[in-house]
Design a protein around this ligand. Sequence first.
Ligand code: GRF
Length: 217
Amino acid sequence: MTRKRVAILISGRGSNMAALIEAASARNYPAEIALVVSNRAAAKGLELANSRSIATATIDHVAYKSREQFEAELTKQLSAAKIEIICLAGFMRILTASFVKQWEGRLLNIHPSLLPAFKGIDTHVRALDAGVKVHGCSVHFVVPELDSGPIVMQAAVPVLEGDDEEELAMRVLAAEHRIYSEALRLLAEGKLTIEGERVVVAGANGDPDRALVSPRI
Ligand code: GRF
């Protein structure tokens, strides 16, 4: 099995990065984390990647005059590491349409909501304010429009009575950690086909009788 070479782009804590590194440490996982790139030198995730002996690079966006120049350096690092797939994991920079197009079908992101609901930031507060009873997270292919793009996998969690932003965020985060590595596995195994707005997942099945009911009384 040749493993796909993956770069993870981060800006901060890196808990999704850690979950991907953990999954990829299994011998039969079809991808290896070959590079972690941060746009912030202080990103906590860098320490963790280093401690797992994963190659890291910091490309401080402040040092570049334009997004194009920042991305030129990024592209250089990605090619040097022979990267085939990119996973955004809490990467807080907008990528240009041209960069995104170059990586079409090979660029994943994880977003803390059940897309297309709650695109953008502060998703948990907005979910609480909206009074939804089910919230969650989505792994999707990146397209130029923010938090859009064909959805690969989603996980739903209940919103519980009395939840605050932090409690809800933690419940969603645990689900994020679970689905990101599964989505990357499917991509690395070549099981995903993009058909318009939809991702067709080869061999996928689900339990049609299992609904997440929230609240439970
Ligand atoms: C996650 O909630 C992710 O969905 C969002 O940013 C957060 C990053 O957290 N895109 P971490 O850095 O992976 O811990």
